[in-house]
Write a protein that binds this ligand. Structure first.
Ligand code: IDP
Ligand code: MG
Length: 150
């Protein structure tokens, strides 16, 4: 099974979307293995968005992410990285397909509600930034034997 890092951003928290978003991941059949509610320190925001450090929007991205608490999660499942990205939708909510989280709940690219890792390698890196190695919990969900064919 693969793991991915998903984070509800401060706008998602302020708009009361935590339950709605978690419900979508749960209903899909993905398994929650770690979660934390916190305001991110600057160092971890910089690490998280390392690839965007030199972009013109980096300063506003950093202050957006640090503007309030976030809800950080690790989700597990077969092909979970791609599945989470498809539940989340395109980066720009204006272009995101209705039915996706960004397509249903956002308008501006700088207020796009949620983050999801873009590859297995990014997922490993991002989980390592925010969670201790022993923090994600290994357990069996009772419906796994019917969600997966094999
Ligand atoms: P992603 O979150 O869909 O992976 P990335 O291109 O990795 O998208 O960008 C990371 C985050 O930076 C976006 O989710 C968004 O919050 C912010 N961002 C990206 N491009 C822009 C932009 O052009 N203006 C403002 N914020 C942006
Ligand atoms: Mg990205």
């Amino acid at each position: 099974m693969d793991r991915t890092f998903v984070m509800i951003k401060p706008d998602g928290i302020q708009r009361g979307l935590v339950g709605e978003i978690i419900s979508r991941f749960e209903a899909k059949g993905l398994k929650l293995v770690a979660a934390r509610f916190e305001r991110l320190p600057e160092g971890r925001v910089i690490e998280q968005y390392q690839e965007h450090l030199t972009k013109p929007f980096f300063a506003s991205l950093k202050s957006y992410i640090m503007s309030g608490p976030c809800f950080l999660m690790v989700w597990e499942g077969r092909n979970v990285v791609a599945i989470a990205r498809s539940l989340i939708g395109a980066t720009n909510p204006q272009e995101a397909t209705p039915g996706t989280i960004r397509g249903d709940f956002g308008i501006d690219i700088g207020r796009n509600v949620i983050h999801g890792s873009d590859s297995l390698q990014s997922a490993d890196r991002e989980i390592g930034i925010h969670f201790r190695q022993n923090e994600p919990v290994t357990y069996t969900r009772i419906d796994e034997s019917i969600i997966y064919e094999y």
